[in-house]
Design a protein around this ligand. Structure first.
Ligand code: PRT
Ligand code: ZN
Length: 288
């Protein structure tokens, strides 16, 4: 049995660049030139399949791909109509964050979704929501420009993805209910072979290392020895700071890996508490 993995990612669109970055930062080299559907890595036993995002869950379900990177919204829509699906989320990837929400034309009164016409690209999720809330409405599947449907008489309201909210605003629509939040996720088939699962775990650890590094910063600063305890407590997500003696016996240097965001406010607080020469440096990889 082949131990070579296949990962399906979006060929073009919002998920493509972040997916390619995650794979390459995990030490996997490959090149995607032209219209090629498949790219082979030269230094890791993996092939990269470049497809439309909507096809990714079914490729993983059918084991054409062992892994996929897709919006959780697409995965959940796929699973909403396939109860026995074996395709599962194995890792939250932290990019392409958005929400799926109901929106209506500004000024229009919608007290309940009962008996309304709802236009959406996510009919499975909307129907599931209606059922769970004992509501009956007409769900109309639309593949693009959902935000225009209330103005051409197709729908009373919509259920669509929102990130900045600019599209809703530009179309005079207001959100009135959030259905779910979403981000890019790594998906796999829960029935893949033991050998494949071992390779998948290895890759998952690398992906985690890249994701953790994104949030992490290495912080170095100096302070009075008497203040070091207080300063350590201000370092976000630092498990075991290193405290080093300095030439001046009353002073120490503190070095720490901060695994939570270090904001300007954090640095200002450190300074106020007596820290000086505060350096915040990026971290490329983390292996915990
Ligand atoms: O061609 P292919 O089928 O592969 O791509 P696609 O056109 O179906 O998907 P694409 O590239 O648009 O989006 C891929 C994934 O990105 C989605 O499935 C989501 O998981 C995620 N994502 C994150 C978004 C958005 N943010 C988003 N804002 N997908 C779409 N939008 C659209 C939304 O539908 C609406 O039209 O952007 C508009 C709203 O954006 P704001 O910023 O104005 O609120
Ligand atoms: Zn799509």
């Amino acid at each position: 049995m082949t131990k070579r993995l296949t990962i399906a990612i979006q060929k073009k669109g919002r998920l493509n660049q972040d997916s390619v970055d995650l794979i390459t930062k995990s030490g996997i080299s490959f090149s995607t030139n032209g219209e090629r559907l498949l790219a082979k890595s030269s230094n890791f036993d993996i092939d990269i399949l470049l497809v439309r995002d909507d096809d990714i869950p079914s490729l993983v379900e059918k084991k054409v791909a062992d892994l996929g990177i897709v919006g959780e919204n697409v995965l959940l829509e796929y699973k909403s109509v396939r109860k026995s699906s074996k395709t599962v989320n194995v890792l939250d990837l932290g990019f392409s964050k958005c929400k799926l929400a109901f929106a209506k034309p500004e000024g229009k009164k919608i007290k309940s979704l009962n008996n309304k016409k709802i236009a959406t690209s996510y009919p499975g999720l909307v129907k599931k929501y209606l059922k769970e809330n004992s509501l009956k409405a007409d769900v109309i599947k639309i593949n693009g420009s959902v935000e225009l449907t209330p103005y051409v008489g197709i729908a009373d309201c919509i259920c669509d993805l929102v990130s900045s909210g600019a599209t809703l605003e530009a179309n005079n629509l207001v959100e009135f209910k959030e259905l779910l939040t979403s981000q890019a996720v790594l998906i796999a088939n829960s029935t893949s072979s033991k050998l494949k699962q071992k390779r998948i775990s290895q890759l998952k650890e690398r992906f985690k290392g890249v994701i953790d590094a994104r949030e992490s910063k290495y912080v170095m600063l100096n302070c009075d020895l008497s203040n070091s305890e207080k300063i350590c407590n201000l370092l976000p997500g630092a498990d075991a700071p290193t405290i080093l003696p300095l030439k001046d016996k009353n002073k120490v240097a503190i070095h720490a890996l901060c695994q939570e965001p270090v904001f300007w406010e954090t640095m200002e607080n450190l300074k106020k508490t007596g820290a000086s020469s505060i350096l915040v440096m990026p971290v490329e990889k983390v292996l915990n």
